[in-house]
Design a protein around this ligand. Sequence first.
Ligand SMILES: Nc1ncnc2c1ncn2[C@@H]1O[C@H](COP(=O)(O)OP(=O)(O)OP(=O)(O)O)[C@@H](O)[C@H]1O
Ligand SMILES: C[C@@](O)(CCO)CC(=O)[O-]
Ligand SMILES: [Mg+2]
Length: 397
Amino acid sequence: MQVKDIYVSAPGKAILHGEHAVVHGKVALAVSLNLRTYLRLKATNTGKVCVNLPNIDTFLWWDLSELKQLIRHSSGKRDEVQLLDAELVRRLREFLGVTNETLDHCNMASLSFLYIYLLLFGQRELPSLTVSVWSELPTGAGLGSSAAYSVCLAASLLCASGAIPAPLNEWDHTARWCQEDLELINSWAFQGEMIIHGNPSGVDNAVGTWGGMLRFLAGKIIPLSRVPLLRILLTNTKEPRSTKVLVARVKDKINKFPSIMNPVLDSVDAISCTCERVLSEMTCEPITGEHYNILEELIDINQHHLNVMGVGHPALDVLCRLTLARGLHSKLTGAGGGGCGITLLRPETDSSIVQSTIQDLRDHGFDCWETSIGGPGVQQHTPISVKEEILEILNHY
Ligand SMILES: Nc1ncnc2c1ncn2[C@@H]1O[C@H](COP(=O)(O)OP(=O)(O)OP(=O)(O)O)[C@@H](O)[C@H]1O
Ligand SMILES: C[C@@](O)(CCO)CC(=O)[O-]
Ligand SMILES: [Mg+2]
């Protein structure tokens, strides 16, 4: 089977409020970033499937003949894409030599690729192809790198399998899919997330698919169209962590101390709802200092709650302390345990304060930059609409 070449991209995300609580049925508010993951899928006639993931130093290939063995006993196409095919996952783990303890980037990324590839093509002739991915996002740092990767895999492989059309017209440079196709992309990306995360809420892949700011509650996605322009500083503490491990840790704590932890989750839920109300007020009445005072207090309270959940880290404490010394408020974003934090900048925050804060954080060995939020969700690209330096990397393989 011959497939068509395609370039796609999907954004990373920052969670304003609700990380972890969202896994337990509470509200989360999340927003897409201007940092994206790009994927090129290229048809080949080598009889192989090649995967090039330079961000994580992973370059793998398999013969179609060995991959065919893996689908021999597969249960086939399932109607319910929300559940993993446990038997296929078990076979893939065995094939790749992944045990429960091996949580490294390479294994998780190859497992999720092969899982989606084999389920989409397994009932037909497997296509020979090369997939290359490059991301502007730090890997495993709380900015939704796994979701952006899964969304790109889902979109490109669904297109290649013919399950959804390629949306680009000859006169466009980028194009997005219709709502129904986006829902299919999102549900397949969720499966990739299940493999990487274990028990994802689905908020990250929803942002990667639709972009913008959204409210997420128990799988229900509500885009927030009326939101004020927020200035946010992103800091990567560079402390490595795994979302899968952290999500499992919070679950254990809730199981051990339900009467103590459930009120914390309820409080996080109330924080997300209050934040959403304040953001909406800011779009329909003059923005005042009091709006920002409330947003800052919500950030502080949530950061304490996340520490109570056990997903803080000394480096994140340093971030909060250093920024507070300049009058700025920060919290972790994503799964925590290291990784990234967000700092809210007030409109009147002087650029000299921002610059000296960034310098303080860099002096501590952190990466820090001001970001713009609300970028588009998953897109198809023509090659010339991909940044030159990224195109060079993708076309290198
Ligand atoms: N550019 C990439 N290339 C290949 N695999 C990637 C890439 N980015 C992320 N991944 C996959 O995602 C995993 C990291 O996912 P993880 O959920 O732990 O972090 P995150 O998504 O960055 O943070 P969070 O879930 O808190 O937002 C990696 O181990 C790898 O399997
Ligand atoms: C920690 C978590 O809430 C957010 C990770 O970005 C996990 C999830 O929602 O799947
Ligand atoms: Mg993730």
